[in-house]
Design a protein around this ligand. Structure first.
Ligand code: MTE
Ligand code: HPA
Ligand code: MOS
Length: 764
């Protein structure tokens, strides 16, 4: 790593705190914990048809199978049969309406997991079929929505389009995406005294597991404790979907009085848990000869699946990111989520932002092809904040045009654009069947939860009398490196080495009422909360040292595992542990909570205007692809990425996030295809039928740079910026490169070899 980086504290390129444990297998995931005596294992009975009325469930054969202890359904629930995170109308078990193929009908409990799975397969359901709605188009015709249309309007879009020198209309489809976290959904619930329930859950949102388990159990929140040490990946898939798995385990534990472990098989996980929302786009744009887009009318229709889940937030992020980095003076954007009889779609890295941004990419590319201009020229002509253009988004928030310009200029320079353009043109002219192409992407991603109240965090820090520190906060660890980043914030405050800080599992008993770890805000929110907790303790410790030395508390310095009077290296010094001991003897509290709420965010849902994001993260990418025009097969040969992380809390972790997000985005846009049959059953239910990128799909040349020296204009923790989701959008450069290679902008997503081949055929 860059030698100028600090070796410790905030900004150090430290490896993930569990990196070695991840690779040796010592890191404990929920399923690695030893079973307590009497533990039961659960398996769901899932509907095989997408829509109907459950008339009867034949469980007799299953009940007598070896090891089977109970088969539970909606009638056995002590509280409510409702797992809705946003509204309260989402049944855990069909009762009696079946809404999608994969909907839970019953839960089998047995002494082993195999016995539970075998018995679940032996349960027979009778379902009187109802007509299913299986496409966005059909749901639009019927007008059935889970999120009704929302409109952002500025100026007179229809008039601007009518007056423009050129007009173009198009339709685009983008597919969904399975999270494919390596650890499938899992929860382990243990009943305790006085109605207590402890749930170990692989969740991004322990507080919501707590709330929904309490709703299903029919008890107060204070009876339910949820903990999570780490997830084997979440990617948004464990923001709401972990809650119903946890609630089901808790309810089964309550009814049987025994600990219950519920681990979904890969197949059950794929059919029964939500995915990224597929989108359908319909738009008309008016533009001039230079490619300046003068007016745009667009519909963004997401497939919400059978229930609301968090589709409201996803639609919000899609509509607020639909122009991405471009200025469109007169605009009318409509976004909605239709209701279909498919699994309820949910958060997935980017949360509708990537889908929103695809709209503008489609517009830019089709306009470029229509005018015979390079797509990059059309994009740059329309940049927010470019000369003559506004820097204000259609909903009223401004972006930093200088940073858009800067990330693009750096990516353009890094990739040797002009030289490679010429080289690619020569290659394409000389090769009969292979085509290479270059594509770019520039992004501005808004940081903050769309829901104002989620932008808060808490932390709990203890310093023990030997000077060791215990850190707890509301954020969860899913592999993204949140725990080490927050530990670095705390070491920075106390001036100690990382080995003094114990990282601990997230728990609703330690920090209550938390937001999910999502929207890339984990380190922004919990970093400040932990900072505030640590500063409270540090101030108290400084007071004690100051009194001992007869100096002002402000003159006490915390550095190098020690505490100094006035300056590091002076002769008045205490070991950090000695001072902690002294505080104890002086009866000074060494424990504190910290709290943070994001300032300056607001939204008017009637006017559809406001300032919903604390700030934006910026990034740019250039990708090169090669396409076999006879088969449609393609590879990404090189990617040059520039991402703005502000003053990174941990550049090693941030680089990992950027690489991972880019490759995961490539998967969404090029090879991962969810396929439902005509009966509405998902048929891509495992790695053999659902292709996620492998190590050999990573571009052989991947140049990645964190933007350096750029201003961070708001007060983030140590002036760092969020990184978890934004770089996923950079993979859009690969789609753009494919379109460049085959010479058409008409390419639906995912751009699998089949779709690329069809696009080539359509064109010729
Ligand atoms: N990185 C890893 N390794 N695993 C994950 O599950 N989730 C992503 C991103 N990076 C994820 C990840 C998503 S969807 C989000 S919102 C952020 O991490 C959440 O963490 P943060 O807010 O701490 O960045
Ligand atoms: N991102 C991710 N998860 C969320 C959001 C968001 O903007 N809002 C509510 N849950
Ligand atoms: Mo990430 S989709 O906000 O969990």
């Amino acid at each position: 790593m860059d030698g100028s980086l600090p070796r410790k504290g905030a900004g150090a390129a430290l490896r993930h705190d569990s990196a070695l444990k991840h690779t040796t297998g010592e890191a404990r995931y929920a399923d690695d914990l030893p079973d307590a005596p009497g533990t039961l294992h659960g398996a769901f009975v899932l509907s095989a048809i997408p829509h109907g009325t459950l008339t009867s469930l034949h469980t007799d054969a299953a009940r007598t199978m070896p090891g089977v202890v109970a088969i539970l359904g909606p009638r056995d629930i002590p509280g409510k049969n409702d797992i809705g995170p946003a509204t309260k109308q989402e049944p855990l078990f069909a009762d009696p309406v079946v809404e999608f193929a994969g909907m839970p009908l019953a839960l089998v409990l047995a002494t082993t997991r195999d016995a539970a799975l075998r018995a679940a397969a032996a349960v027979k359901a009778e379902i009187a079929p109802l007509e299913p709605v299986l496409s966005i188009e059909r749901a639009l015709e019927l007008g059935q929505n889970v999120v009704p249309p929302q409109v952002i309007r500025r100026g007179d879009a229809a008039g601007a389009i009518a007056r423009a020198p050129h007009r173009l209309s198009a339709e685009l489809r983008a597919g969904g995406q399975e999270h494919f976290y390596l650890e499938s959904q899992i929860a382990l619930a243990t009943p305790g005294e006085d109605g207590e329930m402890t749930i170990i859950s692989s969740t991004q949102h322990p507080s919501e597991v707590q709330h929904i388990a309490a709703r299903v159990l029919g008890c107060d929140y204070n009876r339910v404790t949820v903990t999570c040490r780490r997830m084997g990946g979440g990617f948004g898939g464990k923001e709401s979907n972990a809650s119903w798995v946890g609630a089901a385990a808790a309810f089964a534990a309550r009814v049987t009085g025994r600990p219950v472990k519920l681990r979904l098989s890969r197949r059950a996980d794929m059919v029964a848990t939500g995915k990224r929302h597929p989108f359908l786009y319909r738009w008309t744009a008016g533009f001039d000869d230079t490619g300046r887009i003068l007016g745009l009318e667009a519909l963004l229709a997401a497939d919400g699946g059978w229930s609301l889940d968090m589709s409201g937030g996803v639609v919000f992020r899609a509509i607020t990111h639909a122009v991405n980095c471009c200025d469109v003076p007169d605009i009318a954007l409509t976004a909605q989520a239709v209701k279909t009889n498919t699994v309820s779609n949910t958060a997935f890295r980017g949360f509708g932002g990537p889908q929103g941004a695809l709209l503008m990419e489609d517009v830019v590319h089709r306009v470029a092809v229509a005018l015979g201009l390079p797509a990059e020229a059309v994009r740059a002509r329309n940049f927010l904040g470019a000369p003559g253009n506004s820097d204000e988004l259609p909903y009223g928030q401004k972006v930093e045009g200088d940073l858009i310009e800067r990330v693009w200029a750096e990516a353009h320079r890094d990739c040797e654009w002009d030289r490679r353009r010429a080289e690619i043109a020569a290659f394409n002219a000389s090769h009969p069947t292979l085509r290479r192409g270059l594509g770019s992407m520039v992004l501005a991603f808004g940081i903050s939860f769309g829901l104002r109240h989620l932008n808060q965090a808490g932390a709990l820090v203890h310093v023990y009398s030997d000077g060791s520190i215990r850190l707890n906060h509301g954020g969860t660890e899913m592999g993204q490196g949140l725990f080490i980043k927050i530990a670095q914030v705390v070491t920075e405050v106390f001036g100690v080495e990382l080995d003094r800080v114990a990282i601990t599992a997230t728990s609703t008993a330690e920090v209550p009422n938390t937001a999910p770890t999502a929207a890339s805000t984990g380190s922004d929110l919990n970093g400040w909360a932990a900072y505030n907790a640590a500063m409270t303790i540090r101030d108290r410790m400084a007071e004690v040292a100051a009194q001992k030395w007869g100096i002002a508390p402000e003159a006490v310095v915390f550095a190098d595992n020690r505490v100094w009077a006035e300056r590091v290296g002076g002769n008045k010094v205490l070991d950090f542990g000695e001072l902690a001991k002294l505080c104890f003897l002086e009866r000074v509290s060494l424990s504190a909570t910290g709290f943070y709420k994001t300032p300056d965010i607001h939204w008017d849902p009637v006017a559809m205007k406001g300032h919903p994001f604390f700030y934006f993260s910026y990034g740019a990418a250039v990708a090169e692809v090669i396409v076999d025009t006879l088969t449609g097969e393609h590879r990404c040969l090189r990617a040059d990425l520039v991402q703005d992380c502000g003053r990174s809390l941990n550049p090693a972790v941030d680089r990992g996030q950027i690489e991972g997000a880019f490759v995961q985005g490539m998967g969404w846009l090029t090879c991962e295809e969810l396929w439902w049959d005509a009966q509405g059953r998902l048929r891509t239910v495992g790695p053999s039928t659902y292709k996620i990128p492998g190590s050999r799909d990573v571009p052989p040349v991947m140049n990645l740079r964190l933007l350096e020296g750029a201003p961070v204009r708001v007060e983030t923790i140590f002036r760092s910026k969020a990184v978890g989701e934004p770089p996923l959008l950079l993979a859009t450069s690969v789609w753009n490169a494919l379109k460049d290679a085959i010479g058409t902008a008409d390419l639906d997503l995912p751009a699998t070899p089949e779709r690329v081949l069809m696009a080539i055929r359509r064109k010729s």
